[in-house]
Design a protein around this ligand. Sequence first.
Ligand SMILES: Nc1ncnc2c1ncn2[C@@H]1O[C@H](COP(=O)(O)OP(=O)(O)OP(=O)(O)O)[C@@H](O)[C@H]1O
Length: 568
Amino acid sequence: MLRKCLVHLKGWVALYIILGFAIQFLSSLGIVVFQKILDQAVDGTGIREITHWIIIYGALLGANVILNYADEYPGAHLSNSITERLKILALSKISRMDYTAYQNMGTGQMIKVIENGAAAGNSILFTFILGTLHELLPTILFSLFFISYYDLRIMLVIAGGYVVIFVITNVLLKYLYRIKASVLKEQEAMSRYSIRGFMELVVFRTNKKYAQEISRLNDTARQIIRKSAQLQMIHEAFFALFELFITVIKVIVLLYGVKNVISGQASVGVMVALFMFIEKIYAPIAIFNVLFVGYKLNRVTYQRFEEFLNAREDANLEKGKAVARLQGDLEFREVSFGYGEVQVLDRLSFSIARGTSVALVGLSGSGKSTVIKLITGLLKKSGGKLLVDGTDIDELSLNSYYDHISYLSQDSPIFDTTIRGNMVFDQEVPDDELYAILDKVNLKDKVLELPEKLETMVGERGLKLSGGERQRLAFARAVLQKRNLIILDEPVSALDNITEKSLMGTVFTEFRNKTVIIIAHRLNFISRVDHILVMEQGKLVGEGDFDSLIQGCDAFRTLWNSGRGQTD
Ligand SMILES: Nc1ncnc2c1ncn2[C@@H]1O[C@H](COP(=O)(O)OP(=O)(O)OP(=O)(O)O)[C@@H](O)[C@H]1O
């Protein structure tokens, strides 16, 4: 994935590296020119000759300033592109991900894995790989080259010392990995605990859950802080170790340098230049060591992101027979489904004829939503056949199937855009038509009252609307879509009885001759549907119209008499 990112940005990468080499070459050349100026001054060369070199020195420094400034642009472009690209990759992964893999991961944990992973990916590519190629490598190469030009032995000692430190680093790294992996796990747990608290203020406040969650977070945070401090100290130890090594080299160079200057074997300029190169080489080698440790640790984080990117995908989204037209005939033939070992549906069989309205009823946990998720292709059956217009759903391309269905779930059926955007996405539909539909779902007056009317932004998950208004707006979208299969998963749970009655009236007129599948706990409108399926513990225990079920199905009668079906 990271390689793909680099290839995608190859032009910028090449420019960034070339600029890095140019900057370091000019800067090293500057030191050599400085050494010449110093030695000529000590030797008593004429001022005209020296001025000539000083102008060259100034020009080199000036050119370097300009290149350094120009270098900022590709740097900023690359660092931002990498993070954003990885986040886009993550969202596009979710668009293809198998639904059960998505459920298993959990939103809070997934967000942390993505955030950490994108940041780690950026550190690996930009900070480590590109940072090494752009700055560290040219600095080290040019410095070693020029040091060897003055004294080959010093160059060899520095290069050898570096190898020793690098080996020690690698040994210590194994210990660091373990701490890092456990910090990551704690961070993901923290995100998992906190994300619902951030998102669902009302539920948490009224259930007085915040105190418990905050105490849980406190424990986790303490672990993270302790382990992160440990990590930081070990990390910094690499830097300190190398600094110590370079200090020894500097003392040795000073000792020999002063001796050679006194005996006339070396010039002051050469000694100063050597010191400048050692200073120059010290920082990148130490930084490389730290970056290398950072890189190895980031790989641990990135691996978790990669596991997410490699999560199972829904093979049916694109592959399979394209659905050009959907009539809306559905048939479950001995369909079974389970979550792991737990069997939820057991050889379920029923048919839904095109153009009919069907209600799925049953006690909580009886398997209604599971049936809907199988019909929408989110869950995959473990046995039997689920036929859509005579073809098994596993053979259909789901993305083409979705062009023909309207699905309204009970929670957040709204997107963070305008009222218009929620109804039509990006289609052009005249305002008159939109208001006519809003009228049908009892939302026209509300929208006309808003200062920005159809252009009003509804907020994240439609939070600026009431629950019932959100559901009615989602209904307006379904009416406008004019699809042949309409799936309504608890569509009226947030509505009062009067609005519910009027909206269900709209359903039966607007969706006449379409296949409509409704899940509902409240059975107020149940006598109006063509067919009712009664579920109990993953099995069908009755089906028929209202009258026949009231007379012949105990489970249905119990549900009806339990008060759910009584209109106020
Ligand atoms: N992700 C899951 N992992 C494991 N079991 C699950 C999962 N989702 C649902 N179940 C189980 O599957 C069974 C059927 O659940 P389902 O959501 O289909 O019921 P339902 O009839 O729609 O319930 P409700 O009316 O409460 O929404 C339940 O026993 C539930 O505990």
